[in-house]
Ligand binder design. Structure first.
Ligand SMILES: NC(=O)c1ccc[n+]([C@@H]2O[C@H](COP(=O)([O-])OP(=O)(O)OC[C@H]3O[C@@H](n4cnc5c(N)ncnc54)[C@H](O)[C@@H]3O)[C@@H](O)[C@H]2O)c1
Length: 321
């Protein structure tokens, strides 16, 4: 049995990861802010199975005490301010949480000699690029506050390997989707909720931007693969890993699939031209490095992932705005 610390467990991806860790028999501690009205842990039905530490990542005293008082075998750091629009409107809270929060946690991990640390960066850390797909050896060229916050956290985390010998890896995953994402400004939850209500999904672009989409179960499997490869002197320490859905999909393709699998008659409405401000027009990642090291590859097609996701929102009307 491993003792795992997971930051951001009330959120979308970390709550799925928490469930997977419990299923493999880990003792799971979740560090997050006060529970929101709809916690991911509650939606997964696992709230009572984890130890909850209510703390702000920026609180070095509390974070330090949490990490240093327990001998964690692994720390997964997923907590972050994840919304691109609010980060653009006022970057300071995003920098504070995503950058300062990351070094605060890493400092605690360093002092406690945690044997495996996995830090969630993002494919957004690469910034816009003509050269695609992104590979891990490409330079990070963030062009917006959210991108910069993830790139900074990414660089800081990786520096802890050469500087302090901390076994830490960072993940640069593509857009993750699946049941339980309550960020309804994101493409897939927003479009699914519209389709289920019989409304036309409204999109702020002309449908041409392309997205790399990773089903949440595949993302969880990728986190576990990275964890496995980073601990016990594994070759992943000090390395970054992409994971994505193997090929990009246009926003129009995603929407049309949602409309089709939902049985809705309402065609998507494309309200803009090109891409909404502050978002990258086209990006996708090359996951070869993770596949070659660990054997991981995405198992769920976009169509199947959207069917599972739609089923989840159909079964959870209480979360729909
Ligand atoms: N969702 C995606 O498409 C995607 C893709 C690539 C990378 N990521 C990364 O994965 C991670 C999880 O993403 P998500 O979509 O599940 O996010 P989310 O917004 O659903 O959850 C983030 C969690 O972090 C917590 N948090 C925020 N500020 C905090 C603070 N100051 N102290 C403690 N906790 C705090 C929130 O309360 C929330 O529970 C993030 O680091 C994100 O950058 C997400």
């Amino acid at each position: 049995m491993k003792r795992a610390l997971l930051t951001g467990g009330h959120g979308f991806v970390a709550s799925h990861l928490a469930r997977a860790l419990l299923e493999r028999g880990d003792a799971v501690t979740v560090l997050d802010l006060a529970p929101p009205p709809l916690s991911g842990l509650a939606l997964q039905g696992i709230e009572s199975e984890v130890d909850l530490v209510q703390a702000d990542l920026r609180d070095a005293g509390l974070v330090g005490a949490t990490v240093e008082d327990a001998e964690f075998d692994v720390v997964f750091h997923l907590a972050a301010q994840t919304l691109v629009g609010p980060a653009m409107a006022d970057p300071t809270p995003t920098f504070e949480t995503n950058v300062r929060g990351t070094w605060t946690l890493l400092e605690a991990c360093r002092r406690a000699d945690v044997p495996a640390v996995v830090v969630a960066s993002s494919d957004k850390a690469y910034g816009p690029s003509e050269e695609l797909p992104y590979r891990e050896d490409m330079q990070l060229r963030p062009a917006s506050p959210y991108e910069a916050s993830k790139a900074a956290a990414d660089a800081i985390a990786l520096s802890y390997r050469p500087a302090y010998g901390l076994p830490v890896a960072v993940t640069r995953f593509a857009n993750i989707y699946g049941g339980g994402d309550l960020n309804f400004s994101r493409l897939i939850p927003e479009a699914i909720v519209a389709a289920l209500a019989g409304r036309r999904p409204q999109i702020r672009s002309d449908g041409s931007p392309e997205r790399d989409l990773l089903y949440v179960d595949d993302a969880v499997a990728a986190y576990l693969a990275v964890e496995h490869a980073v601990g016990a002197g594994g070759r992943a320490a000090g390395e970054a890993f992409n994971a994505g859905g193997e090929r990009p999909h246009s926003v129009a393709e995603v929407l049309e699939t949602i409309v089709e699998v939902s049985g809705s008659e309402a065609e998507p409405a494309y309200l803009g031209t090109g891409n909404p401000a502050g978002e990258i027009d086209r990006q996708y990642v090359d996951s070869t490095k993770l596949r070659e090291l660990t054997g991981w590859r995405p198992a769920i097609s976009l169509r199947d992932g959207l069917i599972h996701t739609l089923d989840w929102y159909r079964d959870h009307p209480e979360v729909r705005p």
